[in-house]
Write a protein that binds this ligand. Structure first.
Ligand SMILES: [Fe+2]
Length: 142
């Protein structure tokens, strides 16, 4: 696999892994049932993405990173739940942009491009829906 593509897939892998850690922490902290459910579901989705990305990189001949992205620690240290959620949304937006960047490096048709397209669609939706949902829940909590 091309080194630049392997590198960016590993950035995505590390970020999704950070997402799992962050979402798990926030789900435990959330007291509102709807919010807890939303965070738990997202956490399960991100866990699945971590496993799929590991397989994808390995199958394409690369070496999956074992690291957790810096995003997890940033969220853990962000203070109140509302601030942490805000940061979480920014993180998802960042990942969504990185996926587009990865897609521009994966021009050859095949499993990597297919998976990135699927991941891009899911993240665009997640960012939009997640933002709307969190704003609704946060205003309900105030
Ligand atoms: Fe994600």
């Amino acid at each position: 696999m091309e080194p630049a593509l392997e590198a960016i897939l590993n950035v995505l892998l590390e970020s999704e892994r950070a997402g799992v850690v962050a979402l798990d922490g926030l789900a435990r902290k959330a007291e509102n049932d709807d919010l807890k459910r939303l965070l738990t579901t997202s956490c399960e989705d991100e866990s699945a993405t971590v496993r799929e990305l590991e397989n994808l990189i390995q199958t394409a001949g690369g070496i999956p990173s074992q690291r957790v992205g810096p995003f997890a620690a940033k969220i853990a240290g962000a203070g109140q739940l509302s601030q942490q959620l805000q940061l979480l949304i920014h993180g998802e937006e960042w990942v969504a942009r990185k996926i587009e960047e990865a897609l521009s490096l994966a021009m050859i048709a095949g499993p990597v491009r297919d998976y990135l397209q699927k991941m891009a669609r899911r993240h665009r939706f997640e960012v939009e829906w997640g933002r709307a949902e969190l704003i609704r829940l946060m205003s309900a909590l105030e």
